[in-house]
Design a protein around this ligand. Structure first.
Ligand SMILES: C[S@@+](CC[C@H](N)C(=O)[O-])C[C@H]1O[C@@H](n2cnc3c(N)ncnc32)[C@H](O)[C@@H]1O
Length: 219
């Protein structure tokens, strides 16, 4: 059996400095350092806040967000995979099936922040992965539109590609400030970036259907 060529190992498996730091600091994933950078630059998370973490497993963003909001706040996690840690109520289902009403009930009110680090299992088909990830990002946006209080914030992972600019344009309609950021912890080869959208203004759609989407079921 020949020796592995230099550079042929899977770069996603290498214990780089972020992975090592996550282990040392007891976080379930290195991706926590994407959120810590976003928090340092934009401060979407506040003490006492109500937060939704979409794609919360294995749990590093969730744990970090729970530390920031503290005991007076709440972070509701949603994922199809069981997380390693649950520092708040967990909804163990696909975001494509979850209703705003049940997340609102778990939060106990409107959300201050909706986070989404959701990603499908990647296949290596760049375009297909992009399309499937954008479907998750759009579902996250629909939940954010239904759940956020005026002035709230939305932080969402996006796999860059053909449909990404139209997604960012959609956000500009409902948020005062929308920034594309690529935290240092994003792997060099990855096509992902994050949108950090702040200053939410509820959309002008005041139809009963839209109101029903925004309100909890028993309101
Ligand atoms: C990159 S991981 C999130 C890592 C997490 N932010 C952390 O720091 O621990 C992406 C997550 O998206 C979840 N995901 C993928 N499709 C989903 C769906 N349809 N509904 C909910 N979560 C989904 C995956 O199960 C996976 O846990």
């Amino acid at each position: 059996m020949g020796r592995r060529r230099r550079g042929s190992q899977n770069p996603y498996r290498r214990a780089d400095r972020f992975t090592q730091r996550a282990h040392a600091e007891g976080y379930a994933a290195r991706s926590v350092y994407k959120l810590t950078e976003i928090q340092r630059r934009f401060q979407p998370l506040r003490r006492g806040g109500r937060v939704v973490d979409l794609g919360c497993s294995p749990g590093s963003w969730w744990r970090y967000a729970a530390q920031i909001v503290g005991p007076g706040g709440i972070v509701v996690g949603v994922d199809i995979d069981e997380p390693q840690t649950s520092p708040g109520p967990l909804i163990l289902r696909s975001v494509l099936e979850v209703t705003p009403g049940e997340v609102h009930a778990a939060l106990g009110g409107a959300a201050d922040v909706v986070l989404s680090d959701m990603a499908p299992r990647t296949t290596g088909d760049t375009f297909g992965d992009h399309v499937r990830q954008l479907e998750l990002a759009r579902s996250a946006l629909q939940l954010a539109l239904a759940l956020l209080r005026p002035g709230g914030a939305f932080v969402c992972k996006v796999f860059d590609g053909e449909e990404a600019p139209s997604f960012v344009t959609e956000l500009r309609r409902c948020f005062g400030r929308v920034k594309r950021v690529r935290p240092e912890a994003v792997r060099q080869r990855s096509r992902e970036f994050f949108v950090v959208a702040t200053g939410f203004t509820p959309p002008p759609d005041r139809s009963p259907e839209a109101a029903a989407r925004r309100a909890p079921p028993d309101a």
